[in-house]
Design a protein around this ligand. Structure first.
Ligand code: BYC
Length: 328
């Protein structure tokens, strides 16, 4: 055993904690085992901090980049009510990014450093936001199913071990529940609409099916970080378990309105586990590694926003005469 922890020497090596103080490590593990939260400023293993930061930062980037595909449809929403709902949703997503950047900052990296790493391609964000939103039906699929997938992931992980992340996730899930409802309403409206609307929705569903399967990360056998993250209760279910829960909850809701999924092998086996064809994990690697259909465009928009709005940040951070509006 490693010190008085529950870890074998072998496990301690895999978790990358062999240079940590075994007493402190044992107390940290006991706290997590009791279901208590770790709070900023408390002792934590370096690897826990590193993994948490990576995951929360990626999540924060996903929220603000994720606002872009839907954001492009605000000016083209088909009517006033849809436009209002979409504006509110996109604004929420950016707010989620802010909450998550604040949670990540408690781990010692500044917001500026995180945004720089997003723009220079060093940090990842969710694969799904590197696909185009070609038609209004894409907005229905994103609002209903990307948000549903996110809720599955976030509801599970909101019971995790790091206080600031869990509190942010609880608040995010509360708002995502509204996003899902408006997405579902839009999805059902198109599915039960004219033949053209149904065809448009089916075409969008066909394009989003694989990115949605990818959303939960690589299969467990290829997941690099799951062992550590699950050991420390940052992730409370594996990638495959979350993907399975999503399929369990949503395949029937898609099919009940007459929309099909483009995989003839998608079915639930006798053990209650969903099986599907190989969803092309090479595509997942390419897209999450920077070479998807919209990666360049997404990062260019972020860089432009950073440049065009620099003066606002400067005015807020360093109020000086330069930005004062002369009173008449
Ligand atoms: N996309 O070891 P693994 C939203 C990477 S936004 C890209 O299994 P882990 C919304 C992974 O980073 C909410 N990359 O990783 C917003 C790792 O690469 P690195 C989005 C992915 O961390 C606007 C490698 O693959 N949700 O809802 O144990 C509008 C190996 O993976 C992805 C989140 O961000 C991916 N999908 O588990 C609408 C959830 N998956 O870092 C909606 C927070 C994996 O070694 N994140 N990779 O280079 C998580 O829960 C976990 O990070 C994951 C992956 C389950 C995604």
């Amino acid at each position: 055993m490693y010190g008085n922890t529950h870890l074998t020497e072998e496990e301690a090596k895999r978790l990358n904690v062999t240079d940590e103080d075994p007493e402190k490590l044992a107390a940290f593990e006991a706290k997590i085992d009791r279901g208590e939260k770790i709070e900023p400023g408390e002792w934590m293993p370096k690897e826990y901090r590193k993994q948490l930061l990576r995951m929360i930062e990626q999540h924060a980037h996903s929220e603000i980049v994720g606002a872009l595909p839907e954001g492009t449809w605000i000016t083209r929403a088909p009517n006033f009510r849809r436009k209002l709902a979409l504006i509110a949703k996109v604004q929420d997503e950016v707010g989620h990014g802010q909450m998550l950047y604040s949670a990540a900052e408690t781990l010692g990296k500044t917001r500026e450093e995180m945004l720089n790493d997003l723009m220079n391609g060093k940090s990842k964000y969710s694969n799904v936001f590197n696909y185009p939103a070609n038609t209004w039906a894409d907005i229905a699929v994103i609002g209903f199913l990307v948000d549903a997938a996110a809720i599955v992931n976030q509801t599970i992980n909101s019971k995790g071990s790091y206080g600031p992340y869990c509190r942010a996730l609880e608040r995010i899930c509360y708002e995502e529940a509204f996003h899902l409802k408006q997405g579902h309403d839009n999805f059902v409206y198109l599915a039960t609409g004219t033949p053209h609307q149904r065809a448009m929705l089916q075409e969008a569903m066909n394009r989003w099916y694989r990115p949605l399967i990818h959303f939960f990360g690589p299969p467990d056998r290829n997941s690099k970080h799951s062992e550590k993250l699950m050991k420390w209760k940052v992730k409370l279910a594996s990638n495959d378990a979350m993907r399975n829960q999503f399929l369990d909850m949503y395949v029937s809701k898609i099919q009940e309105v007459g929309i099909t999924l483009p995989d003839p092998n998608l079915h639930k086996n006798a053990d209650g586990i969903w099986e599907f064809s190989d969803p092309d994990w090479d595509e997942f690697k390419r897209v999450s590694g920077g070479d998807g259909p919209c990666n360049k465009e997404r990062l260019e928009v972020r860089r432009y926003a950073e440049m065009a709005h620099r003066w606002v940040r400067e005015a807020l951070m360093n109020p000086s005469d330069k930005y004062k509006i002369p009173l008449a």
